[in-house]
Design a protein around this ligand. Sequence first.
Ligand SMILES: [Zn+2]
Length: 230
Amino acid sequence: MGPSILHKGHLHLEYHSTQASWIIWKILKARQYLENTLITRAEFLSQQNYSIKNMYNRLRGTYTKIQWKKLICNNQGSPKWLFILYLALQRKLYTKDRLIKLGRNYSPTCPLCEGADENIRHIFFLCPISALIWQKILHWQGISKPVPGWLEEQNWAKSNAAGNNSKAEIYRMPLAGCVYYLWQERNQRLFQNKKRTKDTMLGQIIQDIHYRGTPTSQLAKQFERLNFYP
Ligand SMILES: [Zn+2]
């Protein structure tokens, strides 16, 4: 014998009540999301056209997209340079601030300048040693601009060096080389107690850039012009 009508109705009611709780829970959750967007009730209600895209952007928050693909693809730098550049762009390098957060017992001081705490923004390129090297490499390729922190450098690159012209390519390759050499130097100072001077590092970076760039026909002409140390 099947369930009585009353029993069926009871089930139906229970189903409705579960569904209602779920909807209320979703509404409360949605309210919490809306509060996170910092949108006011009046502002929300005054919207003429509700836009999912706008709400999504507000929920997500504003941040600059990292255009790492444009900096890494079509970059004549060596694979190991590009790998370190990729990690730096993704904020995946184990800088001391990250290691300390993971419970490692390190002094927070930057091994390059020994004058500030090490983090990604400091190494690239707020550190006076890094800033000087990167500034010289920028001047060497004819770029005159202040050397900022890592995010600002990426923003600048996104607007000025993401194209396929040789000038943009020449910017991208030394960027990868410089990031690699600075990270290598930091590791050598930290783990092997070895030190190179700024000039030695700069000379090695420029030699490597020439070594990699000269065989590329498109860049060869540009490198003839850049046949000097900064
Ligand atoms: Zn430093």
